[in-house]
Design a protein around this ligand. Structure first.
Ligand code: G
Ligand code: G
Ligand code: MN
Ligand code: NA
Length: 252
């Protein structure tokens, strides 16, 4: 049986779950938001999105799957909002979803139905989705922003970032790729790259998240560089919603 067939069946059988990883204030550790990360529970074991997202993209199955992710994450965000938590919710958007025509429509509908506070739903997109036809990307972003979306560039620094498109496009923030964070304490080049990103973000008025923060040393160094939101195993791995609620109750 082909993997595509299994994936199609899994969508019908609703074998997917979202895990949530906290985004925290770098000094206080207060939970500011969550990134929704999809998991496939197949015969009791969890399959990583790294194994099926590429196939879902190639086959077009990412469209129904991405739709489910957005709706499910928004519904969860609403539950947490109703429980008194003021959190952002980040959702990864794949390139086919981004360039398709339905995303703005879905977003409008989702925001209308869930009554999430404005500006709380973040879309993570990658630099590669913006390259090529920048005018088209600009139109897409403006449509989505009008529908209520906020945009972060994921894995920032690994793509072909050009200052001109960062200035031109309606992007709200950057997520510093974890490959730079990983070496930040030992490698002067990584440190210099992160410092440059921090300075550029300040100039362009972009928010910053550091991905993959695993140690206190990385956290201290990042905290000394500027206002950066922390994400990574140091705070928590991605966890099921119920465990995320325990983090909200106990702190990270
Ligand atoms: O959570 P994990 O480290 O296993 O994620 C692996 C990759 O899969 C990451 O690049 C992540 O961005 C991507 N990913 C996780 N969840 C989703 C999702 O809901 N949609 C898309 N398009 N990608 C996702
Ligand atoms: O590509 P993207 O940034 O969306 O990937 C997110 C994934 O990165 C998460 O799903 C998670 O599995 C992984 N991740 C999150 N925090 C850490 C970390 O501190 N260290 C490592 N190695 N991976 C992480
Ligand atoms: Mn992401
Ligand atoms: Na990401």
């Amino acid at each position: 049986i082909s993997m595509e067939y299994k994936l199609r069946k899994a969508i019908e059988a609703q074998e997917f779950e979202l895990f949530y990883q906290p985004l925290v204030h770098i000094q206080s550790g207060e939970i500011l938001g969550a990134e929704a990360l999809i998991r496939w529970r197949s015969d009791g074991k969890l399959i990583s999105p790294a194994e099926f997202i590429p196939l879902a993209e190639d086959s077009g199955l990412i469209l129904p799957l991405g739709d489910w992710v957005l709706r499910t994450a928004a519904r969860q965000a609403k539950l947490w909002q109703d429980a008194g938590h003021d959190l952002t919710m980040s959702v990864n958007i794949s390139s086919r979803q981004f360039s398709g025509t339905d995303l703005a429509l879905t977003l409008r509908e989702v925001l209308l139905h869930t009554e999430l506070r404005p500006g709380k739903l973040y879309f993570e997109i990658t630099e590669s989705m913006l390259m090529g036809d920048v005018s088209k990307a600009e139109t897409t972003l403006l449509n989505l922003r009008e529908a209520g979306g906020t945009f972060f560039l994921d894995d920032f620094g690994t793509g072909y970032s050009s200052l001109s498109y960062l200035k031109r496009l309606p992007i709200d923030g950057l997520k510093i790729d974890r490959s730079f964070v990983k070496d930040i304490t030992d490698d002067p080049d990584s440190r210099a790259i992160v410092a440059a990103i921090v300075s550029m973000a300040r100039t362009l008025n972009l928010r910053l998240v550091a991905e993959g923060v695993e140690t206190q040393a990385q956290r201290s160094l990042l905290a000394s560089m500027g206002p950066i939101v922390l994400q990574g195993y140091l705070a928590s791995r991605p966890v099921p919603a119920q465990e995320f609620e325990e983090l909200l109750a106990k702190g990270v």
